[in-house]
Design a binder for this molecule. Structure first.
Ligand code: BGC
Length: 382
């Protein structure tokens, strides 16, 4: 609690100054302890980009949750630009926010900012993406990222007929070899490695026994990565793979894609290259993540095969709870104290569950639960 004390000392000095300055204004409170009411406190929220639907929701939900508890919120998006995010956080620290919630762009590029935050006694919560190489990360809220990768791979194996609907070896599984290509996220995002490891651990036995093949031979995360998670980059890589390895009569049966915008880029490339409009008429099965409305619409139409639903409303709740705990001088409750080593320490984490979404269950998971309406699914828009 050294940080909290430091912070309070800072606030005490400020309060004294303020009292001196506004004498006679009836400022009744004599110290920061009584002062530390939610309305006097500000939480800085740093989000990576507005180009992904999820981060817009994350920002809005975190802001709303904090405001409901009475806190002031400083919410910033950084346009997926690392210097912009560093600058935004620097500024939040300088302006004296009382806690920080950060979804990093490059998980290893914020050590300086976090050091400044620690010196000012500001607790830091890493949001969804782990901040690496810093001891000044106090808490981490996220999903079970390894399991995301496992479920992406299982859904791919199911789509290829290798696993049955219970995700066990299918009795009539094709002997193969079936051809797949692999995509990963941005290498500077710690999550990308967890998704990849979960997926590759699950696919490995089938790659080893020859049921699956990767005709491009690009089976390292460095080769499969998509810098900044950009849709156009994934689309371009898919186009290049098709030209280089599938211009004859080589078949492509499936693509591991780690996030919905990338899945849609990959599907665009496949459609433009004449593989079919739906899975039924020849489009390879493509996985995804985030349950974005445009992809749920494609899943309903039998175009995209699967996605992973991560309820970001619950993640926002956890981040708000953690910030609130720190601001009350308490420690937030972790449910995982082993998985997330950031290179300097294991960061206490709160992990949320995830769900695989397919054509046969999107209605139950996303429509009946009220997450999306049937009209939104039909139009593909919110
Ligand atoms: C998040 C994913 C998201 C990706 C791209 C990852 O860190 O966990 O949900 O699709 O970033 O924004």
């Amino acid at each position: 609690m050294q940080r909290r004390i430091l912070k309070l000392m800072g606030a005490a000095a400020a309060a004294t100054l303020l009292l001196t300055a506004c004498e006679g204004e009836g400022a009744g409170s004599s110290g920061p302890d009584e002062d530390a009411e939610a309305g006097d406190l500000t939480v800085g929220v740093a989000m990576p980009t507005q180009t992904y639907e999820r981060w817009l929701n994350d920002g809005a939900n975190v802001e709303e949750g904090l405001e409901e508890l009475g806190y002031n919120v400083e919410l910033q998006y950084a346009d997926d630009d690392i210097p912009t995010q560093q600058q935004q956080i620097d500024q939040m620290v300088t302006q004296g926010v009382d806690a920080l919630i950060i979804a990093s762009i490059d998980g290893s590029a914020l050590s300086g900012q976090l050091e400044a935050a620690a010196s000012a006694g500001i607790p830091v919560i890493a949001y969804d993406r782990l901040i690496r190489d810093s001891e000044n990360v106090d808490f981490y809220v996220t999903f079970d990222n390894y399991e995301v990768g496992v479920k992406q791979a299982q859904s791919l194996l199911y789509g290829l007929g290798i696993l049955d609907e219970n995700f066990e070896e299918a009795e009539d599984a094709p002997e193969g070899p079936l051809n797949i290509e692999l995509f990963a996220g941005s290498l500077d995002d710690n999550n990308a490695h967890f998704f990849w490891d979960g997926a590759m651990d699950t696919l490995e036995p089938y790659l080893e026994d020859g049921t699956l093949e990767v005709p491009s031979g690009q089976t390292d995360i460095e080769q499969a990565a998509t810098q900044r998670w950009e849709q156009e980059t994934a689309q371009e890589r898919m186009e290049n793979l098709l030209t280089a390895h599938y211009s004859g009569d080589e078949e492509l049966h499936g693509v591991l894609a780690p996030a919905d915008p990338l899945s849609r880029g990959i599907i665009n490339a496949l459609r433009n290259d004449g593989w079919g409009e739906t899975i039924e008429d020849g489009l390879p099965v493509v996985t995804g993540q985030d349950a974005e409305i445009a992809s749920i619409s494609l899943i309903a139409q039998g175009v995209q095969h699967s996605t992973i639903f991560k309820d970001t409303r619950l993640l926002a709740d956890q981040a708000v709870e953690a910030a609130d705990a720190f601001l009350q001088g308490e420690e937030p409750e972790a449910n995982d104290t082993e998985s997330y080593d950031n290179g300097v320490k294991v960061v206490p984490s709160y992990l949320l569950d995830i769900e695989m979404v397919l054509q046969e269950n999107y209605e139950e998971i996303l429509v009946e639960s009220g997450y999306y309406t049937e009209e939104q699914v039909e139009s593909g828009q919110l």
